[in-house]
Unconditional design. Structure first.
Length: 246
């Protein structure tokens, strides 16, 4: 497979904070159009790794490219070509759904005409049409997450980074959100997602599990369950983070 077929490539990527090594020589690649799960216990290094891939944190050593752009030399290009949705809802609750989308369209430097077109398209795509003119503060968390996703998609990024996007929402909203993730993948976007819900790990094409700054396992959910003779990804995860070998 050519390098153009990969949305993310990482080779021996490392990040030190003084004497503490948060990310320790990790290597992996993510195919274009793949739903890639990035798992690990708190403190395993996931967030640090993601911040490097998003062009927000300079690595100590190693190599990485996102959407074909180098994390050292082209961090601004990376930011232009990715969407990022954080675990913590960070949009303006005193604006309506439509006003938030329009505001961030201006932040991205889109023209008024493009903002208007994309706002209507996203409201339909994410089924937010009925909520378009409601104040964001009045929306349930599941709808707020859809809204945050709409902003992350506004500039049509090639890759979407979702950091625990369904944390705290009810099971029905989680299922509906994953339908949107599948739709994005079908539309050709690469989805890089972290989650602490192991049932959601089952929905990914491949999953990596970090432990103590390293990638301890990487494979499809089916492959990992077979390797660990496990019925669920929850059992796999517990085996990996405890350091149990099979």
């Amino acid at each position: 497979m050519t390098t153009e077929a990969f949305a993310v490539t990482v080779n021996n990527l490392t990040k030190d904070f003084g004497k503490f090594r948060a990310v320790d020589n990790i290597s992996f690649s993510v195919k274009a159009g793949e739903i890639f799960g990035f798992l690990g216990a708190n403190g395993a290094g996931k967030t640090t790794a993601i911040r490097m891939l998003c062009g927000l944190l300079m690595p100590t050593s190693g190599e990485a490219a996102v959407a074909g752009f180098d994390v050292y030399k082209q961090p601004e290009k990376i930011k232009e070509n990715i969407g990022y949705m954080s675990q913590k809802f960070s949009l303006y609750e005193d604006l309506t759904v439509r006003e938030n989308i329009q505001f961030y369209g201006g932040v991205y430097g889109l023209s008024r005409k493009v903002i208007a077109e994309k706002t209507e398209a996203l409201l339909h795509y994410l089924n937010l049409w009925k909520q378009a003119d409601q104040l964001t503060a009045a929306l349930p968390l599941g709808w707020k997450q859809r809204m945050a996703l709409s902003v992350a998609l506004l500039h049509e990024p090639k890759i979407i980074f979702l950091d625990e996007p369904t944390s705290g929402v009810d099971p029905v909203s989680r299922r509906n959100f994953w339908k949107l993730i599948y739709q994005m993948a079908e539309d050709g976007k690469t989805v890089f997602v972290t989650t602490h819900y192991m049932d959601e790990a089952e929905y990914c094409d491949r999953v990596s599990i970090m432990r103590e700054g390293k990638i301890a396992e990487i494979d499809s959910p089916k492959g990992l369950k077979a390797h660990y003779k496990a019925d669920t990804m929850q059992q796999v995860f517990l085996n990996v983070v405890s350091g149990e070998k099979k």
